[in-house]
Structures are given as C-alpha cells and as structure tokens.
Design a protein around this ligand. Structure first.
Ligand code: NAI
Length: 248
C-alpha cells in the first residue's frame, strides 16, 4: 500500500512551486488532493487532470487563504466534495522584502496576512473536522529565516517564526484529539518566488549551502509526505529543516 492511501489532503497556494510539488507527491502516494490558490489558470486545470490520471481524486479551488470567511467556505466545499480532510498543508506565501525602516505598513500587513493569518484561518476551519475524526496532520510551511531572521525580510521572517509558534501551539492544544502539527523550514528552494532574487543574492545563498545546490520543490515535498503519513505518527510540534545543511 502507498503511504497516503485513504487520506484526503488540502494544500493551500498549490497552483505552482512547492505546493504543487507536494500535491504531486501526495497523489503519487495515493492521497486524494484538494488544492487552493488565489488564481487558478489553465495550467492548473491540466495539472489536476495529470493527478486524476494517477487514479486519485483531485480538484482545484480558487480561494484567498488570507481571508477568514473564504478559508472557511473552501473547507466546507472540500468536505462536501471529498468527505473528509486528513492532512492540511498551510503553504500559501508571498514576499514583500525591504529594509525595516523603509518597509511600508502595507508590505508588513500583506505578508503577515497571506503567510501567517492564512494558516490560522485554515487551521481554525479544519480543526473541528479533524477533532471529530480524532486524527489529522497539519503542516505549516515556515522557513529557515523564521528561525534565524534575515535582514531585509523582517515581515517575512516574523510571519515564518509565527508559523512555527502556531504549529507548536496547535500540537499542544489538539494533540489529545489525535491531531499532529509540525512545521517545515525550507532553505533556498528554486521556485518562481526565489527566481525574482538577483543573481548576486542567489550566488551568496548557494555558497552557504553545504550540499552546494539550491533545493528543489520535490525535496520539500518528500518531508511533507513523511509528516502527512503514519511514518511520523509520534512526531508533533517539531520543525524539520529542509535546507541542504545550511541552518544546523
Ligand atoms: P510560489 O510563489 O512559487 O508559490 C506560492 C503560491 O501561493 C502561488 O501559486 C500563489 O498564487 C499562491 N498564493 C499567494 N497568495 C495566496 C493567497 N492569499 N491565497 C492562496 N494562495 C496564494 O512560492 P514557493 O516558493 O512555492 O513557496 C511556497 C511556500 O514555501 C511559501 O509559504 C514560501 O514562503 C515557503 N518557502 C519558500 C522558500 C523558497 O526558497 N522558495 C523557502 C522557504 C519557505
């Protein structure tokens, strides 16, 4: 049997990048997958067809994870379509970088809302369902900079530190109901998000990585499969770094 057979996963911000790689690996492992994104293009619909060709159920939903009522609405829709939610991956995220003193209130609010409030919104909506099932795994996409901090990313690093605090608190509050919550802290992963960085910054990152390469979305997806599956049945409240050894 595959690692995620019989489980339904909801992954936010999965139209591209790390979220999409997680959806693909989850489907390969037999999970039914519901993916959300703020925008769903024709490429995402084609991706859904690829997933269903693997013999699992898959559906994409347009939903703003940063909006409380939108998040609750999409969870209701997913439960109506799939019957349950066993795994929640809070993956949606953005950057609006800038030095602290030049950062606008809008830059701060956007990043905190999309990266952190979104995870509260989805966890708040999904927790009662998992509590009834007395089982569930919640995975928050944090970042190594949520642990170390990063000049020019005060808003982003604060949001990712918040994702770790949220996962640890959820693990403590809901563990007695059979719900696990963990965070993944990726390092430098090659996606559209990091594609926007200058060549200079990319070189600096690569030089700091013991494995001497940027990570792939699939590298992070492998950790997500572990945390979603029963292989990690006794793992909760943890932060797993996926950074090529950069932040040890
Ligand atoms: P990406 O930019 O390629 O993909 C993010 C996806 O989230 C996009 O499809 C976007 O449309 C969607 N999204 C944005 N706002 C949304 C909203 N309000 N509601 C729903 N969906 C929304 O980014 P990537 O690189 O795949 O990152 C995924 C997650 O991993 C993010 O949380 C990011 O902060 C985190 N991460 C990424 C790292 C990297 O090096 N790429 C490193 C550490 C963490």
């Amino acid at each position: 049997m595959k690692l995620l057979t019989g489980k339904t996963a909801l992954i936010t911000g999965a139209g591209r990048g790390i979220g999409r790689a997680i959806a693909e690996k989850f489907a390969q492992e037999g999970a039914d997958v519901a993916i959300t994104d703020i925008k769903i293009g024709a490429d995402v619909e084609a991706f859904i067809e690829e997933l269903t060709a693997k013999g699992v159920r898959a559906k994409a939903y347009v939903s703003n994870a940063a909006d409380f009522s939108d998040a609750h609405k999409v969870v209701e829709e997913v439960v109506a379509d799939f019957g349950s939610i066993d795994v929640l991956v809070n993956n949606a995220g953005i950057t609006r970088d800038g030095l602290l003193l030049r950062m606008t209130e809008e830059q701060w609010d956007m990043v905190i809302n999309v990266n952190l409030k979104s995870a509260f919104n989805l966890t708040h909506a999904v927790a009662p369902i998992m509590m009834k099932q007395r089982a569930g795994s919640i995975i928050n996409m944090a970042s190594v900079v949520g642990v170390s901090g990063n000049a020019g990313q005060a808003n982003y690093a604060a949001s990712k530190a918040g994702m770790i605090g949220l996962a640890k608190s959820t693990a403590k509050e809901l563990g007695s109901r059979g719900i696990r919550a963990n965070a993944i802290a990726p390092g430098f992963i090659i996606t559209d998000m990091t594609g926007a960085l200058s060549e200079e910054v990319k070189k600096q990152w690569a030089a700091q990585i013991p494995l001497r390469r940027g990570g792939l979305p699939e590298d992070v997806a492998g950790v997500a499969v572990f945390l979603a599956s029963d292989l990690s049945a006794y793992v909760s409240g943890q932060v797993i770094h996926c950074c090529g050894g950069m932040n040890c």
